[in-house]
Design a protein around this ligand. Structure first.
Ligand SMILES: C/C(=C\CNc1ncnc2c1ncn2[C@@H]1O[C@H](COP(=O)(O)O)[C@@H](O)[C@H]1O)CO
Length: 251
């Protein structure tokens, strides 16, 4: 018995699964529906293009520190002032500032970096209620997919500074410490700025996660809580210097 067979890239289709038309015939037929544009295989190419564009845009960025924090921090909040100061100090230390490019704490850090003449990066994300990149970004890359964007925050930064924030900020923070815990990234300092905001979370981590044996003391100690933005920057810069020296790569 001969079975009809059709090869579609890596996939072999037989019998009733063989389509009535070929891929290139469908491509050349401009009367066809454009539904295929929204199918998962096509999305993979879009995802791939986000990585290619992100890697291309950031390849020559040089040393950088990612700063996270609430999109809702008002301009007159002390946390906004803290974001601006840390952005400025990062730039003065010769590092680029990478943020999510949005409003609030992200804008504050970009503003500080730009005022200090540093490189101010915004990795924007397509959201239903998005406002576009804040005006203090001078190198912006826009993403459709959170996971592609999150790769850039880790890959191009020497450490994270985390200002008070909501779910988005916690997601970025906990992703970073999970990557450190699972040794996907090594010696990656994570500094939480604003002890009034972060200490209750550290207490909960100890009182619940650590008490139930779900994390170790070393995991909690990876999170540095500080109030002074200079201390936050110094912690990351010195850890980076130590790492470079250990790898035989002086500054
Ligand atoms: C909520 C509003 C706008 C949201 N715009 C954002 N633009 C860029 N990046 C964002 C945005 N919202 C969240 N993020 C990412 O998560 C972190 C902040 O989230 P949180 O829930 O506000 O803490 C931030 O670091 C970004 O990377 C309009 O006000």
């Amino acid at each position: 018995m001969t079975t009809r067979e059709y090869r579609k890239g890596a996939t072999t289709l037989r019998g009733d699964r063989v389509p009535g038309t070929t891929t290139d015939a469908r491509l050349l037929d401009n009367a066809e529906s454009s539904d295929w544009l929204h199918t998962d295989p096509w999305r993979v190419l879009r995802i791939q293009s986000e990585f290619v564009e992100g890697f291309g845009a950031l390849a020559e960025l040089g040393p950088a520190i990612s700063v996270f924090g609430s999109a809702r921090t008002p301009v007159d909040s002390p946390y906004y002032a803290l974001g601006e100061q840390v952005g400025r100090l990062i730039a003065e230390a010769g590092y680029a500032v990478i943020t999510g490019g949005g409003p609030g704490a992200m804008e504050a850090a970009n503003k500080g970096a730009m005022a200090a003449g540093g490189t101010s990066v915004g990795l924007g994300i397509e959201l239903p209620f998005e406002n576009g990149l804040n005006p203090y970004v001078d190198l912006g890359v826009n993403f459709r997919y959170f996971f592609a964007r999150k790769t850039m925050f880790v890959k191009y930064a020497e450490g994270y500074v985390v200002l008070p924030g909501g779910f988005g900020t916690l997601d970025e923070l906990f992703e970073a410490i999970t990557l450190v815990q699972t040794q996907k990234v090594t010696s990656f300092p994570v500094v939480l700025l604003g002890s009034d905001f972060w200490t209750p979370m550290i207490d909960w981590l100890r009182g619940s996660l650590l008490a139930h044996g779900m994390i170790s003391e070393a995991d909690v100690e990876r999170l540095h809580v500080v109030d002074d933005p200079r201390e936050a920057v110094d912690l990351i810069v010195s850890s980076n210097d130590e790492r470079r020296a250990a790898a035989g790569r002086p500054e």
